[in-house]
Design a protein around this ligand. Structure first.
Ligand SMILES: NC(=O)c1ccc[n+]([C@@H]2O[C@H](COP(=O)([O-])OP(=O)(O)OC[C@H]3O[C@@H](n4cnc5c(N)ncnc54)[C@H](OP(=O)(O)O)[C@@H]3O)[C@@H](O)[C@H]2O)c1
Length: 343
């Protein structure tokens, strides 16, 4: 061990419903040394993602639950602090699956890759535009949804990190794009900042709109029906869109954030519409596209360079702010890809 301090955002107990402050604690430990063949990475930017809420539950998933007493798992961008791996040197910038902490121990064989920070305006871009989030938008739409120019695309969670990119990529591909988001300001941004054709607010002054009210607004915006639903939210919002599917519609199921903090799963009531419209629902997981990251990243980077794609980041600061920062995802306070800068 050396004398440096490592602050770690620990999962102290499994949240029941919405996470509370007491579900976590900030622990201070010495920085460990690099293991044989591994390294220690000093994290500079930590990705805060809705998926982390799922990893906190003891439930079957595509990854094991975060063990109690461990730091909360997160994708991070950082600098190699100490290396005992011939492929990495101290000072290299890397992207990896680590945790919300100052220093992460990387054992051999884990997912860690070098990144070229000279080609981006901030290393945090590897957590947004050219990282898993940007590529979720890219592959989720271009590959999983099989879009055809002229079709109508509806994106839920539209003003968020994934949603805002899906909508913009839809416009690049010649689709008519409708976005659903919470609040007048986010809806303004959908049209003015991201170029969506129509924005629908799923909230009203008295709370979330009813399925029927939302469905009526979608019907007015998409009189011929929705050809592609890019679903990030689930619950009532998805139920309202299902009532407006076009014949042979494709639903890309990317996320169900409205359910992540629900103690009981909500479920979908209008699934019958998938039969009526002979629609297809496809579950999408970005992990399946890792071998194609370079290909997708090049296209996304080119669109950004050409000024055709705008990617916003919501950078919060400080490990001691991790809980409040994480909860922005569920209050809807985040304005773009949520990232914690480890200052
Ligand atoms: N399948 C994959 O491989 C993959 C990869 C990345 C992300 N995802 C999924 O993509 C979705 C978006 O992730 P992101 O990282 O881009 O986050 P994000 O959209 O930037 O942030 C989350 C947003 O969700 C909305 N939200 C929160 N609670 C809600 C609720 N109860 N009902 C409706 N909307 C709610 C809020 O926007 P409003 O203010 O508009 O409510 C909030 O800003 C998530 O479902 C996530 O799990 C999936």
């Amino acid at each position: 061990m050396n004398a440096l301090e490592n602050r770690r955002f620990i999962l102290a107990r499994r949240p029941h419903g919405t996470p509370t402050r007491d579900d976590f604690r900030l622990e201070k430990t010495p920085v460990p040394s690099a293991p044989e063949g591994g390294m220690v990475v000093r994290n500079r930017f930590v990705s805060l993602d809705p998926a982390q809420r799922g990893w906190m539950d003891d439930a079957p998933s595509y990854m094991p639950p975060i063990p109690l007493g461990d730091a909360v798992r997160a994708t991070t961008v950082g600098v190699v602090h100490e290396s005992r791996n011939p492929d990495f040197a101290a000072g290299d910038w890397v992207l990896g699956l680590n945790a919300i902490e100052d220093y992460s121990v990387v054992t051999p064989g884990g997912f860690t890759s070098k990144i070229d920070v000279s080609i981006v305006d901030s290393p945090s871009r590897y957590l947004s535009a050219v990282g898993a989030v940007g590529l979720t938008a890219y592959f989720g739409l271009t590959d999983a949804a099989a879009p055809r120019s002229g079709e109508t695309l509806l994106v839920t969670g539209a003003a968020g990190a994934v949603g805002s990119m899906v909508g913009q990529i839809g416009k690049i591909l010649g689709l008519r794009v409708i976005g659903i988001a919470g609040g007048a300001e986010k809806c303004r941004r959908l049209v003015e900042d991201y170029g969506f054709d129509v924005a629908i607010d799923y909230k009203s002054a008295s709370g979330a709109k009813s399925v029927d009210a939302l469905s009526a607004e979608i019907a007015a915006a998409a009189p011929q029906g929705v050809d592609i639903l890019f679903e990030n939210v689930g619950g009532d919002v998805m139920d309202a869109v299902l009532l407006n599917l076009a014949l042979h519609a494709r639903v890309v199921l990317c996320g169900l954030i409205s359910e992540y903090n629900a103690p009981e799963k909500i479920g979908i009531r209008n699934l019958w519409q998938v039969i009526v419209k002979q629609a297809t629902i496809k579950g999408f997981l970005i992990a399946g596209y890792v071998p194609r990251f370079a290909e997708g990243g090049a296209v996304v980077a080119q669109w950004i360079g050409e000024g055709r794609l705008r990617v916003d980041e919501d950078i919060q600061h400080g490990l001691d702010n991790a809980y409040d920062a994480f909860m922005r995802l569920f209050s809807g306070a985040n304005t773009g890809k949520l990232v914690l800068a480890v200052d």
